[in-house]
Design a binder for this molecule. Structure first.
Ligand SMILES: Nc1ncnc2c1ncn2[C@@H]1O[C@H](COP(=O)(O)OP(=O)(O)O)[C@@H](O)[C@H]1O
Ligand SMILES: NC(=O)OP(=O)(O)O
Length: 309
């Protein structure tokens, strides 16, 4: 069995939204990760966090209203909390599933900070949707607090800045664990966004796009594959139209062409394609696969998904 280093990016479907949903979803996800391990993948995991970071931020703010001694909690601290909370469920679920299959492999979560550029235009243009759906009243209340919201299909949701990831602060620790054949959960929720100021790192009020950091992590670990597990089995062009066409196998050049034609929604599919192209263009022989969480093993074995190489 050929061993491959695979960065697996888990989307919303892999985690659910509420606490009980997450507990159940991570158990299902652990089975999928264990299948990949059995199929020969050395797995490094990244994950989404938008619903969770929104929940934590709202909870901490409400707590602050009742106990004014506790000041408002910065978004970067909420991102750190979300990494701990999601990593805790994911690592325990994977550990248990592997043990059930007679596999002993340490699984750990690395609290990961990711540097961002203070001059990134994203700080002036918040686009990253976080938290649950809000009513009109709740949205107005958020705007009064100085937060940004956007209208969605079902109501309103909060939006925050999503600066581009520059560097992964804990990359050496992640690499050491991956080189030792251990399963690492890192760069959760895009990483904790930080600004470098001399020797110090200061939290930034933002949420980094997890697909972009997944591509960067795969690049920095010199992974063989980037496997993005989302809610659709294949990427399409002419998405949701009468002429929708599923993509099985595309080159980076075709992917770039489709991006120019705006074939991919900016805040959902486009970052997945951007991350994939950027990862595979840096070295020959790399592959990116985008598929649904349920089809992960089949896609890893080349039987489905959209393959970019
Ligand atoms: N061209 C496209 N082909 C397939 N899916 C697309 C396309 N453009 C947008 N999408 C949307 O992207 C979604 C997946 O992205 P996202 O919601 O960010 O999920 P995740 O949390 O898994 O990263 C799909 O559910 C689909 O609605
Ligand atoms: N941080 C991030 O990109 O989260 P979502 O995938 O949940 O939007």
């Amino acid at each position: 069995m050929t061993k491959k280093r695979v960065v697996v990016a888990l989307g919303h479907r892999a985690l659910g939204t509420t606490l009980p949903e997450q507990k159940n979803a991570t158990k299902r996800t652990a089975k999928i990760i264990a299948d990949l391990v059995e199929a020969g993948a050395d797995v490094i995991i990244t994950h989404s966090n938008a619903p969770q970071v929104g929940m934590i931020h709202t909870a901490m703010n409400e707590f602050g209203k009742v106990h004014p001694d506790y000041t408002a909690v910065p978004m970067s601290v909420c991102a750190a909390m979300s990494q701990g909370y999601i990593g805790y469920d994911v690592q325990n679920a994977i550990r248990a599933e592997l043990l059930r299959r007679g596999i002993y492999k340490p699984v750990s979560t690395i609290l990961t900070q990711v540097t961002v550029d203070p001059y990134d235009d994203a700080f002036h243009e918040p686009v990253k949707v976080i938290g649950r759906t809000l009513t009109e009243e709740e949205a107005e209340a958020e705007e009064k607090k100085g937060n940004y919201v956007t209208k969605t299909e079902n109501g309103y949701r909060r939006i925050v800045a999503a600066p581009k990831p520059q560097d992964i602060v804990e990359i050496d620790a992640i690499r050491a664990l991956a080189d030792a054949g251990q399963i690492v959960i890192a760069c959760g929720g895009g990483g904790i966004p930080v600004l470098e100021q001399g020797e110090e790192l200061h939290g930034a009020s933002a949420v980094i796009e997890k697909d972009l950091i997944s591509g960067k992590l795969a690049e920095m670990l010199d992974a063989d594959e980037l496997l993005i597990l989302t809610s659709v089995e294949k990427v399409s062009i002419n998405y949701k139209s009468d002429t929708e066409q599923y993509l099985d196998h595309i080159t980076p050049a075709q992917a770039r062409q489709y991006m120019e034609e705006d074939q991919f929604e900016p805040s959902t599919m486009r970052p997945k394609i951007e991350a994939s192209v950027s990862f595979i263009e840096k070295k020959k022989g790399r592959k990116a696969i985008i598929t649904s969480i349920d089809k992960a093993k089949a896609a890893y074995l080349g039987k489905t998904g959209t393959i970019i190489e």
